[in-house]
Design a protein around this ligand. Sequence first.
Ligand SMILES: Cc1cc2nc3c(=O)[nH]c(=O)nc-3n(C[C@H](O)[C@H](O)[C@H](O)COP(=O)(O)OP(=O)(O)OC[C@H]3O[C@@H](n4cnc5c(N)ncnc54)[C@H](O)[C@@H]3O)c2cc1C
Length: 372
Amino acid sequence: MRVLVAGAGVAGLAAARALLNAGHEVQVYERAPSPRLEGGSVTLWSGGTGILADLGVDLTGAGRRIDTMQTWNHRGRRLLTVDVAAVARRYGTPNVHLPRRHLIQRLAAGLPDGVLRFGHTCAHVDPERGELAFAGGGTARGDVVVGAEGRASVVRDLLWGADPGRMTGWITWQGYTTGPPELAGSHRALMVVGPQGLCGLIPAGEGRLLWWFDHRTDHREPPPASPAAALTERFGHWASPVPEVLARIGEADLFRHHRHRVPKVWGRGRATLAGDAAHSMPPTMAQGANQALEDAWTLARELDGPGPVADRLRRYERARSRRAARAANLAATEMTDSHRAQSLTRLLPGRLVTAAYIAWLRRVSTYLASTT
Ligand SMILES: Cc1cc2nc3c(=O)[nH]c(=O)nc-3n(C[C@H](O)[C@H](O)[C@H](O)COP(=O)(O)OP(=O)(O)OC[C@H]3O[C@@H](n4cnc5c(N)ncnc54)[C@H](O)[C@@H]3O)c2cc1C
């Protein structure tokens, strides 16, 4: 089959690899003039790294393996430790935190010439004819069209009707530092929660540490002139290591937490969706990139099934929608950002939480659920 993919982000590139591996002809149309390598880093759980291994994407040397997730309160008291290495032991594939740039580069590496077409902005889709139309003119026709252009997907808006989603009221400021070395060189993610919000710290490889601060805000307010000063004012009184991290802050990116409702049916006729186009969610559960990989892997499997193309696509959507909605719904509660909810976790035994976390990862992963 000839498959047209709109967007060369994680979902689009992974879909291209999965579909090419399955013997399809694939064309990916990306609006930007070259791969978009900006942004911070993403966590890939065992399901995500398992899918990448299946797709033949080599992660050797990329990012940092994560074995433990700890939550502390703002006074420096440990609330919870999740042994995420147990997930890796259970499924045989690691949890890795890596710069988004590395993931995009590894997904794109080795794609045959002519698969990626940059400078093509998808402006319209005809789901019955399997046709994409581009801003500035020109069309392409295939057996299948996949809208994978992220949270502001044009294909989704044309299929679902304009659905702007909504802001959850939380924002993330994020960036990298090169220390403190005891964190940057570790295999531990640390989340510190307090009444003012959350500070997250996670090693991203090459001695770098991704820091992020989540807090509530009125999303209509303009961002502060100096994010570092505003964050220091809000979080500077917290226990170590938060002040040390604040002292190292340089450039900072702003993300406004956003979500769409995730319906059961994503497409129509020969058109479907993948990744954030179908299920944008806040970054709180670190599921965005994982769910995009799940879509790509599942799409290739279901397209190999019997029946008309439209039936295969609806089977793909059914296979994904429940699990993606589960991930999006939990992320949208902003539970991990809640000081009150996280304070209660100190009452729970770590082993119980680890077991619950493994079970949850399986409940949001079509890939892990298909393994024994
Ligand atoms: C530049 C950038 C930086 C990011 N940084 C972070 C981060 O720091 N942390 C984090 O957790 N998540 C980040 N994300 C989001 C994260 O990549 C996604 O949540 C997740 O990986 C799912 O990916 P996706 O492919 O569905 O969407 P995306 O990664 O958003 O990719 C969508 C792609 O489609 C392209 N596109 C958009 N509209 C059109 C159009 N009309 N026609 C053709 N192409 C189009 C975009 O240029 C982009 O390349 C970032 C996304 C982008 C694009």
